[in-house]
Ligand binder design. Structure first.
Ligand code: SF4
Length: 210
């Protein structure tokens, strides 16, 4: 895809929604971190259902740590990988509490040392909490980028690094949420809604409706 088309896509997304928001619900930076860890292989809707109760009982690292693994597991058991996720968020609360004086680490290397935090989660935290221009690539971003040919790549990291080069600075902080929303509601994994899509004119997906 050429630069002109890429820019047209970005301006179309901006026109539709200037400031896209994540659908995960949270009130604090710590809660964003926990909700993002829980969102691996689970929908935001499911995560919001469990965090509603979890954050009511344990809104902070101390309270989540004191809640203990057994209770955490009981609350989040409707999520995929709930046993692993229980260990992750229990350990993360302990580490944030004792090693980081209740603060969320502000560098990629420190974030990646937290249990359950991979590159995508680290990028989301750096972007949303520390206003860094990172681009998190998840399943929606990966699919929409490859399908439209906005950028192509066989791995999430390749797509991310290409996006960092090709998405102009002013769009980078909003790019992830734009593509997640577009991928979730329009450019769905099965049956993309090409006839309703605002990007149809620029998209290079060979099977799209003409
Ligand atoms: S035209 Fe179709 S394939 Fe292209 S972005 Fe839109 S929904 Fe996705």
């Amino acid at each position: 895809m050429n630069k002109k088309k890429r820019l047209s896509i970005l301006y179309s997304l901006e026109k539709k929604c200037y400031f896209p928001m994540s659908e995960l619900q949270y009130s604090t930076n710590f809660q964003l971190l926990i909700a993002t860890i829980l969102s691996a292989r689970s929908t935001d809707l499911k995560v919001n259902k469990v965090t509603k109760r979890l954050f009511l009982l344990a809104p902070s690292p101390l309270e989540l740590y004191l809640l203990g693994e057994k209770k955490i597991m009981e609350i989040i058991q409707s999520l995929g990988l709930y046993k692993k996720k229980t260990q992750y968020i229990y350990k993360v609360s302990k580490i944030i509490l004792y090693k980081h004086a209740n603060d969320i680490p502000n560098t990629r290397s420190k974030l990646l040392k937290l249990p359950g935090v991979g590159r995508k989660t680290a990028n989301i935290i750096l972007n949303k909490i520390f206003q860094k221009n990172t681009i998190a690539v998840d399943t929606h971003v990966f699919r929409v980028c490859n399908r439209t040919n906005f950028v192509s790549g066989k791995t999430y990291k390749i797509v991310e690094l290409k996006l960092k080069r090709m998405v102009p600075w002013k769009f980078q902080s909003r790019f992830h949420d734009w593509l997640v929303l577009h991928g979730r509601y329009v450019c769905k994994s099965i049956n993309p809604q090409c006839n309703l899509c605002i990007l149809k004119k620029y998209c290079e997906y060979s099977k799209k409706y003409k």
